[in-house]
Write a protein that binds this ligand. Structure first.
Ligand code: NAP
Length: 277
């Protein structure tokens, strides 16, 4: 029996277990998926104890995506660029880190919105962990311009400087206010802020700022946000983050098992698990 799992704090409401368990069962892989709730102060002891456990792979979530890096033997180029790891492959004593969030996002904007970032003007709300993964993958796809808004100016400027250093051909802009994002001229708006996760949250962006030619992708995946409802009425296309969540899991599954993931089945398992929450 192989063991896989999710490490985070908290992890109780995670949807990952449902999709990975369904995929293991479908492919006849003798494996189980566990939830490891690890407090930040217990991360070191978790990795020390890991050597004694027979674990083959981990998903990593908040708040450990950056903090796990020192415990790994190597990380992929993408994870290095993003500065965070969401997938760990364990082979004997060797721990390798990957980040599948950005790739999962890119795959889903292509599939769900039919959107190709090349030559486009893009705006992002939020400069946190998810925005880092998303902006790196968008920047890799050669958009013309990318502007980001976050109320935390220090975090925002750090991300913009990092992107400018690594992607010289893209024009980046740190917006210190929502109006500074220049939504009017943009082709894609990405909500990578947590606004909308909780019932009763205000829209992440005033609907007056949305326009007909805009595509909107909201990373929030646990509910239909007000931004999404507004964008479905006013914009060219709009989509929530469930597809990104699915594909980051699909890519992690393929890193661990070296097999093609049963995508449709994993999507169904995810949707079922979400209904039960
Ligand atoms: P995070 O690290 O906490 O970052 C969120 C950032 O958004 C913070 O810098 C926060 O600033 C900023 N922010 C807060 N209010 C804002 C506003 N009104 N406008 C713009 N920025 C604002 O969180 P995260 O891990 O990046 O996650 C962000 C969202 O993405 C969550 O909803 C999460 O569930 C979702 N997500 C989805 C997927 C998926 O697969 N679909 C994957 C990862 C994350 P402060 O720190 O100053 O509050």
């Amino acid at each position: 029996m192989q063991i896989y799992g999710l490490i985070g704090y908290p992890v109780k409401h995670s949807l990952s277990a449902a999709m990975h368990k369904a995929a293991f069962k479908h492919l006849g892989i003798d494996a189980e998926y566990r939830l490891f709730e690890v407090r930040p102060e217990d991360l070191r002891s978790f990795f020390i104890c890991l050597e004694k456990e027979n674990i083959s792979g981990l998903n990593v979530t908040i708040p450990h995506k950056e903090k796990v890096i020192p415990f790994l033997n190597s990380i992929s180029q993408e994870a290095e660029l993003i500065g965070a790891v969401n997938t760990v492959e364990i082979s004997g004593v060797k721990l390798s880190g990957f980040n599948t969030d950005g790739k999962g996002f890119l795959r889903d904007i292509g599939e769900s919105l039919g959107f190709n970032p090349q030559g486009k003007q893009i705006a992002i709300l939020g400069a946190g962990g998810a925005a880092r993964a998303v902006s790196v993958y968008l920047a890799k796809s050669n958009p013309t311009a990318l502007s980001i808004y976050d109320p935390d100016a220090e975090k925002l400027n750090l991300l913009i400087r990092h992107l400018e250093k690594n992607f010289k051909r893209v024009k980046f802009h740190a917006a210190t206010s929502v109006s500074g994002l220049g939504i009017k001229g943009r082709d894609l708006l990405v909500n990578a802020s947590p606004i909308g996760m909780k019932e009763g949250d205000p829209p992440a962006l005033d609907k007056k700022l949305l326009h007909k030619g805009l595509y909107v992708y909201d990373l929030v995946y646990n509910r239909e946000t007000q931004l999404l409802r507004d964008a479905k009425i006013k914009c060219a296309g709009a989509c929530g983050g469930l597809g990104m969540f699915l594909y980051q899991g699909v890519l992690a599954f393929e890193i661990w098992t070296k097999k093609d993931a049963p995508v449709a089945l994993m999507r169904r398992a995810l949707e079922e698990a979400l209904k039960k929450q």
